[in-house]
Design a protein around this ligand. Structure first.
Ligand SMILES: C[S@@+](CC[C@H](N)C(=O)[O-])C[C@H]1O[C@@H](n2cnc3c(N)ncnc32)[C@H](O)[C@@H]1O
Length: 267
């Protein structure tokens, strides 16, 4: 199944900021602890967005690595280039569409990361094979994405507010199934690591900001829920009422737990 999708700079930044502010754990630290990348490695981050993981690798490896970031969004690549300039240009930043053959040679990288992006691929086995091809023998792929039990509260509130079933999400509907199977059948071994991060909202606004950014960013997925801005605002208002009730009935706030799978595969 192909999902139409367009990430916007603002929606991505809103969600990243909310994770950092309300989550108790740091996903980049977790990723680095799982991967323990080595100095001198060549790393390709596919779907690098504004460069969050590029920076994490760079700082952890104290500049001693060849780090490349690729993405399809020119808006997000501009942000990654700004970050690159701030850090003294340690990265190679390139336009990369993972639905097309990668421009890199076979056996080019020690590590390929793809964080919260693989599930937007139109043809998962094709993209996974390209990732495998550009890795050196013994190289590793690390992918992150939402597991089926991810952010249950968010979906419960939307279901209750609208009375509609939740449409299949590009990430959680196939990450732990179709995508994991495809990685397993292409790579010689795969380990599954789980990261759980409860986001605790003691007030309504950050939860509403998160919901607005998610629904607005993935507008096409929610197209049966609203058409146009007026209906979008009506849905947001019903969501607000349900979330408010749940907040009042909670002890210590609304808890939305991110449940992320880190798949580490060896070539
Ligand atoms: C949720 S963002 C994650 C960005 C970054 N890895 C992070 O965690 O902050 C998903 C990324 O996948 C990228 N993406 C979507 N389709 C793509 C494609 N066909 N080729 C390359 N990147 C793509 C988007 O532009 C976006 O940067």
């Amino acid at each position: 199944m192909a999902f139409e999708y367009q990430e916007t700079t603002e929606d991505l930044a809103t969600r990243i900021n909310i994770h950092e502010k309300y989550g108790k754990k740091d996903i980049d630290k977790w990723m680095l602890g799982v991967l323990l990348p080595e100095k001198g490695s060549s790393i390709l981050d596919v779907g690098c967005g504004a460069g969050k993981q590029l920076k994490a690798f760079h700082q952890y490896l104290e500049g001693e690595a060849e780090i490349t970031g690729g993405d399809i969004s020119s808006e997000l690549l501009d942000q990654a280039r700004e970050l690159n300039a701030e850090l003294g240009d340690p990265f190679t930043i390139l336009t990369l569409d993972f639905n097309k053959p990668f421009k890199s040679e076979d056996d080019s990288f020690d590590l390929l990361s793809c964080c919260f992006a693989i599930y937007y691929a139109a043809d998962i086995p094709f993209t996974i094979k390209e990732m495998h091809r550009v890795l050196k023998p013994g190289g590793r792929l690390f992918s992150t994405g939402p597991m089926p039990e991810n952010k249950q509260l968010f979906y419960d509130v939307i279901k209750e507010a609208t009375g509609n079933p939740i449409p299949p999400m590009p990430g959680s509907s196939r990450y732990a199934s179709e995508i994991l199977d495809s990685i397993r059948s292409t790579f010689s071994s795969v380990d599954v690591h789980i990261f759980e991060n409860p986001l605790v909202f003691e007030s309504l606004e950050p939860f509403m900001d998160y919901t607005r950014a998610s629904l607005s960013e993935d507008r096409l997925l929610w197209k049966d829920f609203f058409e146009g801005q007026d209906e979008f605002e009506q849905v947001m208002s019903r969501i607000r009422d349900v979330a408010q009730r749940k907040l009042e009935g909670s002890e210590g706030g609304l808890v939305m737990t991110k449940v992320v799978g880190g798949f580490m595969a060896h070539k």
